[in-house]
Design a protein. Sequence first.
Length: 146
Amino acid sequence: MFTLRAEQLDPEVAADPTQYLADFEHLFESLGEERFVAFVHVGEARGRRQLHIYRDELALRGDDKSRALFDAVVADEAHHEAYTGAILATLSTKPRAAIARARRWELWRAWLRAGRLVSAAVFTWTMRLLYLCLFPLALYEKRRAR
Ligand SMILES: [Fe+2]
């Protein structure tokens, strides 16, 4: 659905293969079934809320064709949210606690990812500055060695 609409809106971007890259983390194996289903449930709920915001924005802009697409996707996400919630209720004796734990885990993961991004940027700019500042010293040492 999204690909077809994207091709209608901007065929050049829709045909770009770099737009289709995805990564994966084997979360079912690392989290276990209950925690994984709680994680998926939280993600489906967040996705539904975000897509609803896009749907409302498209309605405000008067793009009825895209809004109708998002209406269908929001309904689909609500279905995913409901059935993952139902599965979680069968897997867990405390589904609310499992959902709260999934939210905390996602927050912690977001914190780590933000830290990784910030530290990578700090390292890159520190090294650039360091090499720039050391360049005159390198020239001096090269001349002194002759
Ligand atoms: Fe979904």
